[in-house]
Design a protein around this ligand. Structure first.
Ligand code: TA6
Length: 304
């Protein structure tokens, strides 16, 4: 992956191919992708944050809070915030922003393409020695969103452009739209060890499907490459497959945390669940100089 030089390689908006367009939305400027068969996705330029995916013949898959607010330097509540170059609280300095520092900043569109196989846009963020007060390393990071008639893929690629190995944790922190949190289950994690991030960060083993009767905040470790959100209320499952990930996060804030967060919207917690494709907790990537790590998530919808 060539180092991104946003100034030289930003795609002029007039040069976008068929199926790719830029538009202003209430949540800020975004890129819209249209799949050959008609599915539509939107990605905010701020944070390269996926905001929406409506497959052809189906309903919205991505959840965005009714109370989402756009604030400079912060990701809006919902979609797919890009947690990078650390997941959760900074490992050594809690005063640093949670989930890294790129999810609320503008990225550059560096390439777009469309064809019979799908439509995609790649966004880039280069640290290039900036943000050193937050992170003493240098890297370029690209997020490619690809929409085709079978699903939507996200690929988060990090190139270490510095002279030192860099420790990387990250997540594609996707909020999925569901019918009702009390009626859904998350399959594919039975028997997986996890860290229960509520309370004392106890380590436990998942028994059966993940169901919800209160706040759930768990970092699953080990085999997490094929997960499904089973949603009888919407008559569908959302299938999540991943590569380059050794951990997955399942989160629903429930009532009290939603009130503390303040931007979940009235009863917002009932219609969302986060299943995040990650390198988190014990699953730290050590990236050698000039090496690249690729974290990918692919979402598909299946009729239940
Ligand atoms: O991924 C789960 C989590 O780490 C939760 O603990 C909660 O903090 C959530 O992310 C949202 O974090 P944010 O900083 O976006 O409010």
């Amino acid at each position: 992956m060539a180092a991104a030089d946003p100034e030289a390689s930003a795609v002029p908006m007039s040069g976008l191919p068929h199926g790719v367009s830029q538009l202003d939305t209430p949540l800020g400027p975004a890129v819209e992708l249209v799949a050959p068969g008609g599915g539509i996705a939107r990605i905010a330029i701020n944070g390269a944050q996926l905001l929406s995916w409506v497959p052809e013949g189906d309903s919205e898959v991505i959840w965005v809070s009714a109370a989402a607010r756009t604030q400079p330097g912060k990701s809006l509540r919902g979609g797919t915030p890009v947690c990078w170059p650390w997941f959760g609280a900074h490992p050594a300095d809690a005063s640093k922003p949670a989930h890294g520092f790129v999810r609320g900043l503008p990225w550059q569109i560096v390439s777009t393409s469309s064809g019979d196989a799908g439509t995609e846009a790649t966004f880039a963020f280069t640290t290039a020695g900036n943000h050193r007060e937050l992170w003493p390393y240098e890297a370029d990071v690209h997020l490619t969103t690809r929409l085709d008639d079978e699903g939507l893929s996200l690929a988060l690629e990090t190139l270490n452009t510095g002279a030192e190995p860099l420790p990387l944790t990250q997540a594609l922190h996707t909020y999925f739209r569901i019918s009702d949190i009390a009626d859904v289950a998350v399959d594919g994690l039975d028997g997986s060890p996890y860290i229960d991030a509520i309370g004392e960060w106890q380590r436990r083993i998942q028994q059966g499907a993940v169901t919800f009767a209160g706040e759930v905040d768990r970092i699953y470790l080990g085999e997490t490459s094929s997960i499904a959100i089973r949603d009888p209320g919407l008559g569908r499952s959302i299938l999540i497959s991943s590569q380059g990930s050794g951990s997955a996060v399942v989160w629903n804030p429930w009532i009290a945390k939603s009130e503390r967060l303040g931007d979940m919207g009235p009863d917002g917690y009932r219609t969302m669940v986060c299943v995040e494709t990650a390198n988190a907790a014990d699953d730290v990537v050590s990236l050698a100089p000039r090496a690249t790590h690729r974290l990918t998530a692919r979402y598909q919808v299946a009729v239940l």
